[in-house]
Design a protein around this ligand. Structure first.
Ligand code: AHG
Ligand code: MN
Ligand code: MN
Length: 337
């Protein structure tokens, strides 16, 4: 049995160091954690409770929704709308922002989330996750609008993800490093198991969907080719490759043993007028915050993701993140010669 620090205890103790903290934020985080427990339970039971398969609907980005996309979105809303900490929420699965209904008090924070990340993996019983980000609402949250969500990633108050893998984990940052907690199913609590997670600066492992290779831009082609060339190539070393197609699982591997993850810009997206694959507000920004807090880097190719000024709620961006020295190398490859 693990008799360590629970996530609840951890965030209450963190709150004690913040002058003027009202407990609002702690309580909001608790509700987010509860939502993740409920989703974890549904994911774990899978076919037994009829949650696998397609919902036969499309989200705002034209992707077919899985039943679990829709259900986990509902869980997040129900868990977080009632307590009075939020002005509004925004999610991958909702076209518009979700202002807190009038029957509930409104609060000063905004919550964005990808309720089920990697949902193409749900039916094949491979790891999926949830990504979330907490922002302060500029006007205090009483009449939150979409514009209030368009804040650079550097403004995030907290970001985290839940990973529904062989064990369920929550990895969290409030801007003071990154900590990982594992769900003890018997007591229903997340326990601090991975304190102060850091990403090794160097790696010999990369993750990219190589089926898009013919569409990549020259700097990414060059980087991947050099990895593939191995010992005989310019890097003078052999590289390993992984692609899970769940960003949460990918980032978790990188936080655990280093690596680089890329969903870069490509000509196919450009043709469609798309800025990238992954969404800035509820995928790229929270993951970049976590990765930077763990000592890694996160860029579009040419720019630091956390400094981008968002232009719309569902904006997409290219993402290259992970071990610092590799991210810097790729940034260098994007500089004009
Ligand atoms: P989501 O399931 O929330 O739509 O996100 C899936 C994302 C990300 O998690 C993953 O890295 C990537 O899309 C996989 O894309 P491909 O299917 O193109 O490999
Ligand atoms: Mn996602
Ligand atoms: Mn999703």
């Amino acid at each position: 049995m693990h008799n360590g620090t629970s996530l609840t205890q951890f965030i209450i103790e963190e709150q004690r160091h913040v002058a003027g903290a009202t407990g609002d934020f702690t309580s909001l985080l608790n509700d987010v954690v509860t939502a993740c427990k409920v989703i974890s339970n549904m994911v774990n039971h899978g076919a037994l409770v009829g949650v696998l398969g397609s919902a036969d609907t499309e989200n705002v980005q034209g992707e077919t929704q899985k039943k679990m996309d829709v259900l986990s979105n509902e869980v997040f809303i129900k868990s977080n709308e009632w307590a009075g900490h939020l002005g509004a929420m925004a999610s991958e699965e909702m076209d518009e922002i979700y202002p807190i209904p009038r029957q509930y008090p409104r609060g000063k924070y905004l919550l964005t989330f990808d309720p089920l990340d990697g949902s193409s993996n749900i039916d094949v019983n491979v790891s999926v996750g949830t990504i979330f980000s907490i922002l302060r609402c500029p006007g205090g949250g009483q009449e939150a609008t979409e514009r209030d969500f368009l804040q650079a990633g550097t403004q995030q108050v907290a970001a985290g993800y839940a990973l529904y893998g062989p064990s369920t984990m929550i990895v969290l940052t409030t801007g003071k490093g990154v900590n990982g907690f594992t769900l003890d199913q018997n007591i229903g609590e997340f326990i601090l198991t991975h304190p102060k997670m850091t990403i090794p600066a160097d790696t010999r492992e990369f993750a990219i969907n190589a089926s898009n290779m013919r569409f990549w831009e020259p700097p990414v082609r060059r980087y991947v080719q050099e990895c593939l060339d191995g010992k005989e190539g310019p890097r003078g070393d052999d590289f390993n490759m992984r692609w899970i197609a769940s960003m949460v699982a990918e980032v978790h591997r990188i936080l655990t043993r280093g690596g680089i993850f890329m969903y870069p810009m490509d000509s196919k997206m450009k043709e469609k007028g798309q800025g990238g694959k992954l969404r800035l507000l509820y995928e790229a920004n929270p993951m970049s915050f976590i990765v930077e807090q763990a000592g890694g880097g996160s860029i579009t190719g040419t720019e630091r993701i956390l400094e981008l000024q968002p232009e719309s709620l569902h904006q997409r961006v290219p993402v290259i993140l992970g071990s610092k020295n590799e991210v810097e190398r790729i940034l260098g490859y994007h500089q004009p010669a």
